[in-house]
Design a protein around this ligand. Structure first.
Ligand code: CA
Length: 227
């Protein structure tokens, strides 16, 4: 899943980005409101983390502009402790949730996950298909009760496929949601990742769950995929 982080405090931005990347997220960072607005308009993000106090354009103005442009990306606003009005104004400007600084990383992660769950219309935290279980918060993958170790990128691709299970996910969608802005999508890197993922998830099991639909994309399903 891909996140846009708009935060002008360099140390905090670095800390959040590092933590999110370790969790398998792709992260683009912007350090002022204008840069943030540009990226939010041009790129595809699953969640935008938006600081309120920003140079050039405030988080609240940025959020208002996005909503005026009918961009519905979930926004998590970061507010300072004393700024009670910011929370109200933030929510009124179209933000979906807010987090007060300073916060612990676990809470940020939980709130991002709640927003993802909402936008992909999921009721529970865990993503499941057949005997495969993925816990995006604890970063645990199990098939038939057995733990499977994945790299952050493999995990991110699996999470994306499971959030849209039984639906085709195109290669472009995988790149958009799993890699950041600097990624050059010229190679067959997605197919390589799908290949290793399939080995780890499906090898030794009767029902294959990760499918490649040639010329179309990929699908996680326990049925025979129809195209
Ligand atoms: Ca700030």
């Amino acid at each position: 899943m891909k996140i846009l982080l708009v935060e002008d405090e360099k140390r905090l931005s670095y800390f959040i980005k590092k933590g999110l990347i370790e969790q398998g997220f792709a992260v683009d960072s912007a350090f002022d409101g204008e840069e943030g607005l540009y990226l939010a308009k041009e790129e595809t993000y699953d969640v935008i983390i938006l600081d309120v106090m920003l140079p050039k354009l405030s988080g609240i103005e940025l959020c208002k502009k996005l909503r005026e442009l009918k961009k519905e990306t979930p926004v998590l606003m970061l507010t300072a402790k004393s700024e009670v009005d910011d929370k109200v104004e933030g929510l009124n400007s179209g933000a979906d949730d807010y987090l007060t600084k300073p916060f612990v990383f676990a809470e940020l992660k939980a709130r991002i996950n709640a927003l993802l769950r909402r936008s992909y219309h999921q009721v529970t935290n865990n993503l499941t298909i057949d005997d495969l279980e993925v816990d995006p918060l604890k970063h645990i993958v199990k098939r038939n009760g057995k733990m499977i170790k994945l790299t952050p990128k493999e995990f991110a691709i699996l999470e994306l496929l499971l959030r849209q299970k039984n639906e085709v996910v195109t290669r472009t969608q995988v790149i958009e949601h799993v890699w950041d802005y600097n990624f050059e999508s010229l190679s067959n890197v997605v197919d390589v990742f799908i290949g290793t993922l399939r080995k780890k998830i499906d090898k030794g099991y009767k029902v294959p769950l990760i499918h490649t639909l040639h010329g179309v994309g990929y699908m996680a399903t326990d049925k025979k995929p129809q195209t």
